[in-house]
Design a protein. Structure first.
Length: 364
């Protein structure tokens, strides 16, 4: 069906097409059974101690204002992340601000955290309880004088209805946001978040979403802070505002964050480095270029406990989730693995996992 509609969809401005998708999903007419997959129990896993039917999630950015997450769960996602949500309503950057790079199977966006604001979104989620595991991605308003305080406001206001909260410190489209990758600023933010959690008795886990453009020297420092502040997850990674030199599309030099296939290997390599540094003690969600069972498996074997996609669905439609799950089940059977959780980190660290994997392949 999507292959028939795609030429029409791609004739539209990307943001117009996205808005039409949101309006269509509000009808919530598709039966969940349409996206069911046989033997999905092989994909059951846990994320932040929550049992999920599969490790395939929808990344933040599609359902920015938490309008259609229950319709999206019907596509077969194991979990969904909405946002980025800011304390106050925000219109975002001037249009046009989304660009398809079809030759590169990529997107560039400079949306700028457009969303309805935390009060409206809190009310919306409270009145429409999620049908699955829902993460809420939070960030500061563009015109705020205190970015840290904006995170604290959103955490306090939104945590009760969230399965987990993602702290977005890595969008390239909000000035100064990536400064939170600096040691002192990150520490101050994480300490403040934990103080709010303690005061408000918030039990929901926190993950931080990091930039793919960090240096090697940053990885150990980030992991040390994450562990010392008992942050439960790292999302690797957000979009990149670098890495344009090998792109083919004429839109490659548009300002904004690049996502999709050009980010695939960059994020996978970064996942492997974070997994080695954390030794599997912190949950990792892998994002960037996931559009097949193979690309999802690459991130999981690099150390991701779960993966997220967005750009892949833009190019392949909602059926992509079902196809990824079917492909993952086939890969697990081929590799003599009984469950997807057995594959986490086997191509990264430590060596005994690789030895165990080889033994299982030979004798199971």
């Amino acid at each position: 069906m999507f292959s028939i509609l795609r030429p029409y969809i791609f004739s539209l401005d990307p943001e117009v097409a996205h808005d039409l998708a949101i309006k269509s999903l509000k009808a919530n007419f598709l039966p969940k059974s349409f996206f069911d997959v046989a033997e999905e129990e092989m994909l059951e896993t846990k994320l932040f101690n929550k049992k999920l039917p599969n490790p395939i999630g929808l990344a933040a950015g599609f359902d920015k204002s938490a309008e259609v997450y229950n319709s999206l769960f019907k596509f077969g996602f194991g979990f969904i992340e909405v946002g980025t949500v800011t304390p106050k309503r925000q219109l975002g950057n001037p249009k046009p601000r989304i660009f398809r790079l079809e030759k590169d199977q990529a997107l560039i966006n400079r949306l700028g955290f457009n969303n309805h604001g935390s009060e409206i979104i809190f009310k919306r989620i409270s009145e429409n309880q999620p049908d699955g595991f829902l993460g809420i991605n939070i960030g500061p308003n563009k015109d705020t004088k205190n970015k840290e305080e904006d995170y604290f406001i959103c955490l306090s206001r939104l945590s009760n209805d969230a399965g987990y909260i993602t702290i977005n410190i890595s969008s390239p489209n909000t000035e100064g946001l990536r400064n939170f990758h600096n040691q002192e600023e990150m520490k101050r933010l994480l300490v403040g978040l934990n103080k709010i959690k303690k005061e408000k008795k918030i039990e929901q886990p926190i993950a931080i979403k990091i930039s793919p453009d960090i240096g090697e020297e940053d990885i150990g420092r980030i992991v040390e802070l994450v562990k010392s502040q008992k942050i439960q997850g790292i999302i690797v990674s957000n979009t990149t505002d670098n890495n344009r030199e090998n792109l083919s599309d004429t839109k490659k030099n548009e300002t904004g964050g690049l996502s999709g296939q050009p980010l695939k290997d960059i994020s996978t390599n970064l996942i492997k480095k974070f997994y080695k540094e954390t030794r599997g003690d912190v949950k990792i969600i892998g994002v960037g270029g996931v559009d097949s069972g193979e690309s999802a498996f690459e991130k999981i074997t690099a150390g991701a406990d779960a993966v997220q996609l967005y750009t892949g669905m833009v190019y392949k439609g909602p059926g992509i989730v079902k196809e990824i799950k079917k492909e993952l089940i086939s890969i697990l059977k081929k590799e003599n693995l009984k469950n997807i959780s057995e594959a986490v980190g086997i191509n990264a660290w430590p060596l005994y996992k690789q030895e165990l994997y080889s033994t299982r392949k030979n004798y199971v």
